[in-house]
Design a binder for this molecule. Structure first.
Ligand code: ADP
Ligand code: MG
Ligand code: MG
Length: 252
């Protein structure tokens, strides 16, 4: 299996330090959840892993199976097997969902290993059916006029088609009704097992009723301040974050 290793990561935006030494290791086969109050740097972590130019890594390392992720261009990160939902464009004029997915998949598979059109269509149909998606979605222009729920389902379709080594899903649950939430969770759970590793970032415990994480981390003030198992998410749901702040002597 693969391992994504984040060591003492410091990230600044416009010269202001947001992440202040994040340590995290995600292995293939594991589902990790990061929770935490708003504004504590969860999305910043996801953007830094994805290589967003606005997020400056001032020190620390990110490696995938020992390879330096920070030296890779955004598309190289995807080819190396990282999946970051946000890295996929919101809308591209004139490119259908199917075209986009096929070229993303072929880029991931590499030259000489491209998937045949027939195989691709079969795989895509199967996954769309599994995700209870309207098959017309394949021929629609990417994200054009997609509802919030359709976009999220489509991100999970991308995930299931690309079969990355490690996926980072930031707020995949936000704005979803319960049916869409169930479908999104079903997709992630189907990927589960084997070598697939996943980091779900969520503000709400609700998603974790459907996806039971192996590890839960709490982020506060730009650091992972506490880690535990699924029971940690349940305690946060019941008691909020104050007890952790007290335990650690954090003031806000
Ligand atoms: P979370 O996802 O945990 O809610 P974020 O990572 O989005 O937190 O934000 C952490 C901090 O960084 C916040 O204080 C936020 O205002 C700041 N921040 C995030 N993104 C930007 C940005 N693009 N420009 C300026 N400040 C930002
Ligand atoms: Mg440090
Ligand atoms: Mg966020």
């Amino acid at each position: 299996g693969s391992t994504l290793t984040i060591k003492d990561l410091h990230v600044a935006i416009d010269g202001k330090e947001i992440l202040k030494g994040v340590n995290l290791e995600i292995k293939g086969g594991e589902i990790h959840a990061i929770m935490g109050p708003n504004g504590t740097g969860k999305s910043t972590l996801s953007s830094a892993i994805m290589g967003h130019p606005k997020y400056e890594v001032t020190s620390g390392t990110i490696t995938l199976d020992g390879q330096n992720v920070l030296e890779m261009e955004v598309d190289e990160r995807a080819r190396a097997g990282l999946f970051l939902a946000m890295q996929y464009p919101s809308e591209i004029n004139g490119v259908t969902n199917a075209d986009f997915l096929r070229s993303a998949l072929n880029s991931r598979l590499g030259e000489g290993n491209e998937i045949s059109l027939m195989k691709f269509i079969r795989k895509m149909d199967k996954q769309m059916e599994y995700l209870e998606m309207d098959l017309d979605m394949a021929q629609r222009y990417l994200n054009e006029g997609f509802s919030g729920g359709e976009k999220k389902r489509n991100e999970i379709l991308q995930l299931m088609m690309l079969e990355p080594k490690i996926a980072i899903l930031d707020e995949i649950d936000s704005g979803l009704d319960i049916d869409a939430l169930k479908v999104v969770s079903k997709g992630i759970n189907q990927m589960r097992g084997g070598d697939f590793g996943c980091l779900v970032i969520t503000h709400y415990q609700r998603l974790l009723n459907y996806i039971t994480p192996d590890h839960v981390h709490v982020m506060m003030q730009g650091r992972v301040v506490k880690s535990g198992g699924a029971e940690l998410a349940q305690r946060l749901e019941a008691e909020g974050y104050d007890w952790i702040k007290q335990e650690l002597g954090i003031e806000d």
